[in-house]
Design a protein. Sequence first.
Length: 185
Amino acid sequence: MDDSSTSSETRRFIRDPTDLAWADFVERYAPRLLMWGHRQGLDHQACEDVTQDVLIRLHKYVHSYDREKSFRGWLFKVTEHAALDYIKSQKKADKPLPDGFEDSAIGPGGIAEYVANQDIVIVVRERAKMQVSEKEWTAYELHDMKHRTYSEITEELKISEATAMNYVSKVRKVLAEELRKLEEG
């Protein structure tokens, strides 16, 4: 495993998938998986479904990861399979896929670039965080990263549910714009 590009949380989880290591791992990777899903055109519920499936698979199969190979490559494969399974389940249930999310949307560069590339995610988050208020960022973090309901967010931040939704939406848009700017160079 290339330790220079793999976080300490990831290395710790791979060595010993305890609850604490798992919690750190999820905190680090769940937002990346959600961001990838949003960039692929998935609605928030679909992003959460795919992310949850990926995390379940990672926890279940971490013992099968070959430490001599790239963790990012393995993460790419697990995510690719989870996304393809999601597509298949939607097609079987005769549910339409979100616009822009098709079988061809997953491939080299897609997941590898948006999910596993830690540097881009960190830069995008930091840039976006500087463009929104602390309350807006907190609402986003509570909802998209800590999976709190809007009702819980309204109680914690003392804002209306509509305001919480607007804050989360605004941060998502800023994140998407910052990612687009980085892609364009």
